[in-house]
Design a protein around this ligand. Structure first.
Ligand SMILES: C[S@@+](CC[C@H](N)C(=O)[O-])C[C@H]1O[C@@H](n2cnc3c(N)ncnc32)[C@H](O)[C@@H]1O
Length: 220
C-alpha cells in the first residue's frame, strides 16, 4: 500500500479503531510487552503505535517512543496518554517507519505490532528497526502471516486485492518476509488460541547485510 492510501485508511479507522481492534489484537500486544522483558532505564521504540493501546502496559521505568505515520491515530494515542499515562516517560512523533529520524543504535528494543503487513516495504521497515536498535538489542514483530489452512488461505488470497480497504495485506507470507528482510528469527510464538497471529523475536546481530531493498513486493 502506498503512503497516501495508508494515511487515508487509518484516518477512516482512527475513531473506531479501539472498538474494532482493541480487544481483538490485545493478546499480541500483551505477549510482546511480556517478551520485551523491559528493564529499568531501557529505551523502547514502538513503530506504528496507532492509538497507543499498548502504552498503558509498559512499566513506568522505561522510556517509550511511539511513532506513527497517521496523525489521526496519533491523536488517539495522545488523548490516551493524557487520560492514562501521566506518569510515563513516553514520547510520540509522526514519522515514517521506513525512514526513522533517529540515530543508529538509539534503542534497546524495537517493536512493531500489526504493522509489517501494512507498510509499503517490509524490508525497509525491518532495516530501519535494525539500524536504530543497538547491537545485541532485540526486535519484536507481531503480525498475521498467510494461513496454512487451505480454505482460510484461499479466502485470504481472494481478499488480497482489497488490502487498501481493510488496511493490511491479508495474505502476507512469512517465508517471503524472512527472505526479503534477511531476518534470523530466534523465537516464533503463536499469539492466540488459533495461532492466527504470530510473535517473532529477533536478536539484533550486527553487522547486518542489508537485503535488496529494490523489491517492495509483499505477498507470495
Ligand atoms: C493495524 S494498526 C496497528 C496499531 C497498533 N500497533 C496496535 O497494536 O493496535 C497499523 C498502524 O501502522 C501505522 N503505519 C502504517 N504504515 C506506517 C509507516 N510507514 N510508518 C509508521 N506507521 C505506519 C498505521 O497508521 C496504523 O496506526
Amino acid at each position: 500500500m502506498e503512503r497516501q492510501v495508508i494515511e487515508k485508511t487509518y484516518r477512516r479507522y482512527a475513531k473506531i479503531y479501539d472498538t474494532c481492534f482493541g480487544r481483538l489484537f490485545e493478546p499480541g500486544r500483551r505477549m510482546a510487552i511480556d517478551k520485551l522483558d523491559c528493564q529499568p532505564g531501557q529505551r523502547i521504540l514502538e513503530v506504528g503505535v496507532g492509538t497507543g493501546l499498548s502504552l498503558p502496559s509498559y512499566p513506568d521505568s522505561v522510556q517509550v517512543v511511539g511513532i506513527d505515520i497517521s496523525q489521526d491515530m496519533l491523536n488517539g494515542a495522545q488523548a490516551r496518554l493524557r487520560r492514562e499515562g501521566a506518569d510515563k516517560q513516553t514520547l510520540l512523533a509522526r514519522m515514517d517507519a521506513e525512514q526513522l529520524g533517529f540515530a543508529d543504535n538509539s534503542f534497546d528494543k524495537v517493536v512493531a505490532m500489526y504493522v509489517a503487513s501494512v507498510v509499503p516495504s517490509p524490508a525497509r521497515l525491518v532495516a530501519e528497526m535494525r539500524r536504530v536498535c543497538r547491537p545485541g538489542g532485540e526486535l519484536f514483530i507481531v503480525n498475521h502471516f498467510r494461513n496454512t489452512h487451505p480454505f482460510i488461505g484461499r479466502v485470504e488470497r481472494l481478499l488480497a486485492p482489497l488490502s487498501g480497504m481493510v488496511g493490511f495485506h491479508p495474505d502476507f507470507c512469512l517465508e517471503k518476509f524472512s527472505r526479503d528482510t534477511g531476518l534470523e528469527i530466534d523465537e516464533q510464538v503463536p499469539v492466540n488460541a488459533f495461532g492466527y497471529w504470530t510473535l517473532l523475536r529477533v536478536s539484533n546481530r550486527k553487522p547486518f547485510l542489508e537485503p535488496d531493498l529494490a523489491q517492495p513486493s509483499l505477498a507470495s
